[in-house]
Design a protein around this ligand. Structure first.
Ligand SMILES: *Cc1c(COP(=O)(O)O)cnc(C)c1O
Length: 360
C-alpha cells in the first residue's frame, strides 16, 4: 500500500460501506435458510470491519480467496476462517496457521499443507473441492476417489468436508441435480471414512434461492455468501434479491473536468488504451464530466451513477467519462459523484491502492 499512504483520504475516491446495512443483509439471509452462512469478504479485500458486521448479523464464519486477507482477519476477528482459493505452495505455512479450513483440489498442495502442518504440530482441515460443472477449480467426480485416498493418507491433514462452487467462471447455476452430485460424493466419503463429515459447503449467493425454497439437498450444511450480503444482488441475474438492501455500498469520485463536447470522436480510429474498439453514439454536443477514477480503480462498466441523468460513456486507466447533459443542476469541477458498484467494480475498488475505504 505504498502509493496509498502518500495521499490523504480526501484526495482519493472513496468506497463507503454501511456496516449496519451489511449486518441486516447477513441477518436476513441467515434467517431465511437452513444451512449456516459463511460471509465472504473477498469483494471488500477482506476488510475486518465488514467481516465483523457479517458476524454480527449471524454469519457462522468468514471466507476469503486470499491468504493475505485471511492472515489480517485472523488478527482482528475471532471466528472460523475458510480459504476459498487453493494456495500457492509458498503460502501453505500461512494457510495452516490462519485458515480453519481450505478448499483444495490438488495432491501437490495437500502434500505441501501436510508438511507445513506437521512442522507446526498442527492438523489442517481441508474441504475437497468438487467441480460439478462450472469448470473452474475442483476435482471431477470421476477422479474423486483417488484424491480422497491421497488426502486420507497424509499426516497432518484432516478431511473436514466437501465443497462445490458454480457460477463464477462459466455462469452455471446451482440446481438440485448438480449440488446432488456433491452429496453423492459426501455419502461415499463418509462410508469410506466411517464418520460424518461436518462441512458440506454447497455453494454461494446464487444458491440462496434454492436454499430458501427448501430445494437444496438437506445434507448441505453451509453456503458461502459474498455478493448477497454486500450488494443484495444475485450474480446469476444481476437482480436485487427480495428483501435485501442494495444500497449498503457506494463509490464516490471527484469531477476533474466538466465541458460541452461533441459526443462523437473525431479522426481516424484504432484501438483504445486497453485494446478495445469502443463504439460511441453521436448525440451532438453534450456536457461531459470526467471523474478521477479509472479502470485501475474499478470495473467502470459495472458502475451505476446514483444521480439521475448521468451516464457512464467509457473509461481508460485513470479517467471515467460521463455524459451529464441530462442531470438536473450543474456538474462542476470539484463535485463528488456517487455510484453504485456492481461486484466487479466493488472488488477491484476495495483492493485498489488509490481508493480509500470508509466503513461507517
Ligand atoms: C467468490 C466465491 C464465493 C462467494 O461468491 P458470491 O457470489 O459472492 O456469494 C464462494 N465460494 C467461492 C469458492 C468463491 O470463489
Amino acid at each position: 500500500m505504498s502509493v496509498a499512504t502518500a495521499v490523504g483520504e480526501a484526495e482519493r475516491p472513496v468506497l463507503r460501506i454501511d456496516s449496519e446495512a451489511i449486518e441486516r443483509n447477513a441477518a436476513r439471509i441467515v434467517e431465511r435458510i437452513d444451512p449456516e452462512v459463511v460471509g465472504v469478504t473477498k469483494g471488500v479485500c477482506g476488510d475486518p470491519r465488514v467481516a465483523r458486521a457479517m458476524l454480527a448479523g449471524g454469519a457462522a464464519g468468514i471466507a476469503d480467496s486470499r491468504v493475505a486477507n485471511l492472515a489480517r482477519l485472523r488478527e482482528h476477528v475471532d471466528c472460523d476462517l475458510l480459504l476459498l482459493r487453493a494456495p500457492m505452495c509458498a503460502e501453505c505455512p500461512a494457510v495452516v496457521e490462519n485458515a480453519t479450513w481450505s478448499m483444495e483440489s490438488e495432491a501437490e498442495t495437500l502434500q505441501a499443507l501436510s508438511a507445513a502442518a506437521i512442522g507446526r504440530e498442527l492438523v489442517h482441515r481441508v474441504l475437497l473441492a468438487i467441480d460439478v460443472g462450472d469448470r473452474r477449480e475442483g476435482i471431477l467426480p470421476e477422479h474423486f476417489e483417488e484424491f480422497l485416498e491421497t488426502a486420507i493418507d497424509l499426516p497432518g491433514i484432516e478431511v473436514a468436508g466437501l465443497a462445490t462452487h458454480v457460477g463464477s467462471f462459466a455462469g452455471v447455476v446451482p440446481t438440485r441435480e448438480n449440488v446432488g452430485r456433491l452429496v453423492t460424493l459426501v455419502e461415499r466419503s463418509e462410508k469410506r471414512l466411517g464418520r460424518r463429515l461436518p462441512v458440506v459447503s454447497g455453494g454461494s449467493t446464487n444458491a440462496l434461492a434454492l436454499a430458501a425454497a427448501g430445494d437444496l439437498p438437506e445434507r448441505v450444511t453451509q453456503l458461502r455468501v459474498g455478493e448477497g450480503i454486500l450488494l443484495g444482488t444475485n450474480p446469476a441475474t444481476g437482480e436485487a434479491i427480495d428483501g435485501l438492501e442494495t444500497d449498503a455500498i457506494e463509490l464516490v469520485a471527484e469531477v476533474i473536468e466538466s465541458k460541452e463536447k461533441p459526443s462523437a470522436p473525431e479522426g481516424e480510429r484504432g484501438r483504445d488504451a486497453f485494446g478495445n474498439e469502443p463504439a460511441f453514439e453521436g448525440r451532438g454536443v453534450r456536457r461531459r464530466a470526467i471523474v478521477a477514477l479509472g479502470r485501475l480503480d474499478c470495473a467502470v462498466e459495472a458502475l451505476t451513477p446514483l444521480r439521475e441523468g448521468i451516464e457512464v460513456v467509457g473509461a481508460s486507466s485513470d479517467h471515467a467519462v460521463l455524459d451529464v447533459a441530462d442531470a438536473p443542476g450543474s456538474v462542476e469541477v470539484g463535485d463528488r459523484l456517487a455510484f453504485r458498484p456492481g461486484y466487479a467494480a466493488l472488488a477491484r475498488a476495495a483492493a485498489a491502492p488509490y481508493v480509500a475505504v470508509e466503513v461507517g
